[in-house]
Design a protein around this ligand. Structure first.
Ligand SMILES: Nc1ncnc2c1ncn2[C@@H]1O[C@H](COP(=O)(O)OP(=O)(O)O)[C@@H](O)[C@H]1O
Ligand SMILES: [Mg+2]
Length: 116
């Protein structure tokens, strides 16, 4: 089921952008990521940065309908997703005519290659 709910629409499911939470310390961040992970929301923004938590299972969030959903959308208009990062870089490539770089960081097994 495709979710096109705007950011922060369901507080019980955690907050989709860490810059919006009040207790922005390590405990608050981890709690928010945990709540979202339990709801299979593996992606969370920290502003324009995307945090991905490895689900260690196949989630149906990479199908063609998701590609179509994120196509042409601005970062933050939809639920956090790796497609939104790609779309943002591609959009800037076109509008600014400038090279773009996406930095992917994480420990071994975190999901860097999958995200790429
Ligand atoms: N978004 C994801 N959805 C499903 N499985 C994932 C996802 N990200 C990572 N995984 C699983 O975790 C494994 C390790 O991820 P990988 O991208 O190879 O890590 P890294 O490159 O950071 O070492 C993958 O082989 C895959 O089984
Ligand atoms: Mg890798």
């Amino acid at each position: 089921m495709v979710s096109d709910e705007p950011i922060g629409s369901r507080a019980s499911d955690g907050v989709a952008d860490l810059t919006l939470i009040s207790n922005i310390d390590e405990g608050g961040i981890n709690e928010n990521l945990r709540v979202r992970y339990e709801n299979q929301s593996i992606y969370t923004y920290a502003g324009s940065i995307l945090i991905a938590v490895n689900p260690y299972e196949e989630l149906e969030i990479y199908e063609a309908e998701y590609q179509a959903l994120y196509c042409g959308q601005r970062l933050g208009d939809l639920a956090p997703h790796v497609f939104a990062i790609a779309e943002s870089a591609y959009r800037k490539l076109c509008t600014d005519d400038a090279d773009q770089a996406i930095v992917i960081s994480g420990e071994s097994g975190a999901g860097k290659t999958e995200s790429t």
